[in-house]
Design a protein around this ligand. Structure first.
Ligand SMILES: [Zn+2]
Ligand SMILES: [Zn+2]
Length: 316
């Protein structure tokens, strides 16, 4: 089958869709499990091993930093950005938090029921808004590294929230492309991408009404999926539930394609002033294929699975 060049409409990144690569031995990495910590700092009863919590979903227990929580947010003990240095030349300053998504050590994200998964997504959005509102923070990103291949170091499910005093380059590219599309057409780039996927149906994984999961036209990773709410702005509870239903379907599909599949999740926020009208996007980036020389040296991603094939597999 012929390889083709595709451009990610949001970031402008170039991708080679190369179906012939899928047949080579070792095309999809075997998933290596993380070593299981004997004393996990994210388990209930060990709240004293993390810094004091910034937020917790705690339906039963009134006491902060005690068991009884469902989702718990704490400052990252090993932050990538420093808490001081705002406004100083060259300083990477910001806020770095950990979002512990379940109290159960072995529970995986796709195993949460819809209500709890929507609760996790509500915390993602809460932290995004919170960080964007802090002095000196220019952009915020929620990201999740699940599995060793995706960069996780602890097996207990958790995501991270980071607020930065500068604009990360990929977000800057996305914002430029969204703005250019709006200037040219008067429409939202993400709305147009969603409409295009829905009109052909070929790249739709699942349509949950208020949110849709699609495989993007130029996925950098095999089975890359974007979960897009139909409405703009911070999502209300019914939209979060629709996004959670999409996420469960996608992660469940990945599990059946490759049990224990490592993946990254990414949810990025705009500048504070644009927050109310922003069209959000939750990216699911499975890590079945490695990032190797061509990617590092040429900025050129090679994906062996065409997006329509991924949508068929995940949506089954
Ligand atoms: Zn644990
Ligand atoms: Zn839109």
């Amino acid at each position: 089958m012929r390889s083709r060049l595709a451009r990610d409409p949001l970031t402008g990144a170039l991708v080679i869709i190369a179906p012939d690569r899928a047949g080579r031995p070792g095309a999809f990495s075997a998933q290596s499990p993380l070593p299981d910590a004997v004393e996990c700092p994210f388990c209930p009863g060990r709240e004293h091993e993390t810094p004091p919590e910034s937020l917790a979903v705690r339906p039963d227990s009134p006491g902060a930093d005690t068991p009884g929580w469902q989702v718990r947010v704490v400052p990252n003990r090993y932050p990538a950005v420093s808490a001081s240095g705002y406004g100083m030349p060259g300083a990477a300053a910001g806020i770095h938090e950990v979002i512990i998504e379940t109290p159960a050590h072995h529970e995986r994200l796709h195993e949460l029921d819809l209500k709890r998964l929507a609760g996790v997504l509500a915390v993602y959005h809460d932290r995004l808004e919170h960080l964007l509102g802090q002095p000196g923070i220019r952009r915020a990103i929620i990201f999740k590294n699940s599995g060793a291949q995706a960069g996780a170091s602890l097996s207990h499910e958790h995501a991270q929230a980071i607020g930065l005093n500068f604009v990360p380059p990929e977000l800057a590219r996305e914002e430029r492309r969204r703005a250019a599309h709006a200037r040219r057409s008067g429409r939202c780039l993400l709305c147009d991408l969603l409409a295009k996927a829905i009109s052909t149906r070929r790249r739709v994984v699942v349509d949950m009404g208020k949110a849709v999961a699609i495989c993007p036209p130029a996925p950098r990773f095999a089975h890359e999926t974007w979960i897009i709410p139909r409405d703009h702005g911070p999502p209300a509870s019914d939209i979060l539930e629709a996004m959670a239903a999409c996420l469960r379907k996608v992660l469940g599909g990945l599990e059946s394609v490759s049990p224990g599949c490592a993946f990254n999740l990414v949810l990025a926020g705009p500048e504070r002033a644009m927050s109310a009208g922003h069209h959000h996007l939750l990216k699911v980036l499975p890590r079945l294929t490695g990032i190797a020389g061509l990617e590092w040296g040429g900025g050129l991603f090679v994906n062996p699975v065409p997006p329509a094939a991924s949508a068929r597999l995940l949506g089954r």
